[in-house]
Design a protein around this ligand. Structure first.
Ligand code: NAD
Ligand code: SER
Length: 312
């Protein structure tokens, strides 16, 4: 029987839905408590309605279930954050502080908090971006993630908090919808390919970005959380490499299954965000410290996406 009781905050989002499914298999469904500000029609139970900005309610839930680990997924992503920068800062930072303080006070013993490739900026080397490099993010999302990384490392060093983090690339999966990011096109394109055989992309044809198939991302998350503490040598956040491609290349991969698929381009404000991010990631530290190895490439991901998405 598992001795861990896990709370997922933001469990009904793109990552949370798939993470909950996997954590329930590993720890037992009664030991994984889902929470979110929005309740789904077919909600996974146990579930608690929680606004992470409500610190009192957070503490009540943690005590009620004797929570030992928190996965904090509630945040505004890059595109949505640009539209509401003050609220994005409030949610992304104060949500993290509330959870870090739980660990500082000894109430929980482990935290997972995701960072992003958005911590890098236009002055960062864009190809095979290393773990340690120039970091001058110019989006409010990237600024909040970079500040969050510094706070995680600070809480680890000053207060011994066991916090673990990955700088996710753009995540692509068929089980859940993306929640307002710049990389969302790489999910939408598969749905539109199946439904209409055509897609209008909000990024230009040659915009390469680091991406990852969701099963790889979930496996990485759980492997990092299960790794012995001494192997987790980076307490800001780990670079994680997966696949790198541009819209033209994902379209070509789709055409191997749907030869008549067409793509057109109408870049919007998200182009500037994408242009400030890396094109590919060097994840040597994650590979060396806790054995990370991605399993999916572009074509194997495309095959699974097209086989599993049910056209609306
Ligand atoms: P999402 O937007 O799909 O899901 C976030 C969930 O949090 C939603 O279900 C939302 O209802 C919930 N939420 C929002 N405000 C809340 C609040 N005040 N209290 C409680 N819940 C709240 O996001 P996601 O893609 O699942 O991302 C999860 C985390 O991973 C975020 O920190 C994000 O920055 C990070 N990340 C995601 C990606 C990606 O490609 N999906 C890449 C890099 C980093
Ligand atoms: N997928 C995320 C976004 O586009 C990256 O953090 O916002």
């Amino acid at each position: 029987m598992s001795t861990e009781r896990i709370l997922i905050i933001g469990s009904n989002g793109q990552i949370g839905l798939e993470l909950a499914e996997n954590l329930r298999k590993l720890y037992g469904s009664e030991n994984v408590i889902c929470s979110d500000v929005r309740k789904l029609d077919h909600q996974i139970e146990p579930f608690e309605s929680l606004d992470i900005l409500d610190q009192t309610k957070l503490y009540e839930i943690v005590k009620k279930y004797n929570i030992t680990q928190v996965y904090l997924l509630a945040a505004l992503l890059s595109a949505t954050a640009e539209k509401n920068p003050k609220f994005a800062w409030d949610l992304n930072m104060n949500g993290l502080f509330h959870v870090l303080d739980l660990a500082k006070e000894g109430i929980i013993n482990k935290i997972y908090w995701p960072s992003s490739i958005a911590v890098f900026g236009p002055s960062t080397p864009r190809v095979n971006t290393p773990q340690y490099t120039v970091m001058e993010p110019n989006t409010i999302y990237g600024i909040s993630k970079q500040a969050g990384e510094r706070y995680c490392e600070y809480y680890h060093q000053k207060h011994g908090v066991d916090v673990r983090s990955i700088r996710y690339p753009g995540l692509i999966g068929w089980k859940s919808a993306p929640g307002g990011g710049t990389t969302d096109y790489a999910v939408h394109i598969y749905h539109e390919a199946l439904k209409n055989k055509t897609y209008q992309c909000f990024l230009s044809a040659e915009t390469a970005l680091p991406m990852m198939y969701m099963p790889d991302a979930i496996r990485a998350t759980i492997e990092l959380m299960e790794a012995p503490a001494e192997q987790v040598k980076i307490r800001s956040s780990y670079n994680l490499g997966g696949i790198s491609f541009n819209p033209e290349e994902i379209a070509a991969s789709i055409r191997k299954h749907i030869p008549s698929f067409t793509i057109s381009y109408q870049p919007d404000f998200r182009q500037a965000i994408a242009d400030s991010w890396p094109q590919s990631i060097d994840d040597t530290e994650a590979r060396n410290h806790w054995g990370w190895k991605p399993a999916f490439d572009l074509d194997s991901m495309t095959k699974e996406m097209l086989e599993n998405i049910k056209p609306a």
